[in-house]
Design a protein around this ligand. Structure first.
Ligand code: S3P
Length: 197
């Protein structure tokens, strides 16, 4: 049996937690990559607070993301997003799931790079589309052909997401498995699926 297979989840979690120290763990990537759902599990596993930046923006502005886009436009939304993320990242360790455009904005990307360990949850178009087409909560996808828009966003953004500290492939597997893969990446352990996963 290889060494990686003998690592039990508690050890993985403890090693990841120790490697993280006081740094924030920040998930970046396109809409539908699983940043919020996997982030929530990771935060529980690591025993650190979870913050979803979109939810925080909605809380402070008392508006929904579509309302913010509609009322103030994308540019103002990005400015607010940057301010909120800068503030969130002042304290650590936290598990911070960001909105898909946050890391694309140069200023916000600097806050994220300075504010902790960034992980790009990278997924292919079909995986993303399968997840995002069920809800109409994303203003950027309110277009004639939202799948094509998503593909265009992938092409434009993937080289930028690649500047994150680490990349983990987001696939159609259980969220717990995704979370374990991220813990392994943080801990610096090659990940292999254990038999009971
Ligand atoms: C956006 C992604 C959304 C939200 C807003 C803009 C983007 O967040 O911040 O609709 O530019 O990709 P999710 O990635 O959580 O859907």
């Amino acid at each position: 049996m290889s060494e990686t297979l003998t690592i039990i989840p508690e050890t993985l979690r403890d090693k990841a937690r120790a490697a993280l120290g006081k740094r924030n763990l920040i998930l970046v990537g396109l809409m539908g990559a699983g940043k919020s759902s996997v982030g929530r599990i990771l935060a529980t596993q690591l025993g650190i607070p979870f913050i979803d930046t979109d939810a925080e923006i909605e809380r402070v502005s008392r508006m929904t993301i579509p309302e913010l886009f509609e009322t103030y436009g994308e540019q103002e939304f990005r400015a607010l997003e940057g301010r909120v993320i800068k503030r969130i990242l002042r304290t650590g360790p936290r598990l911070v799931s960001t909105g898909g455009g946050a890391f694309i904005n140069e200023r916000t990307r600097k806050f994220i790079k300075r504010g902790g360990l960034s992980i790009w949850l990278k997924a292919d178009l079909d995986v993303l589309w399968e997840r995002v087409n069920k809800r109409d909560t994303r203003p950027l996808l309110r277009t004639e052909n939202p799948k094509k828009t998503l593909e265009d966003l992938m092409n434009a953004r993937y080289p930028i997401y690649a500047q994150a500290d680490m990349t983990v492939l987001s696939r159609d597997v259980r969220k717990e498995k995704m979370a374990n893969e991220i813990l392994a990446a943080v801990a610096g352990i090659p990940y292999e699926e254990s038999e009971d996963e």
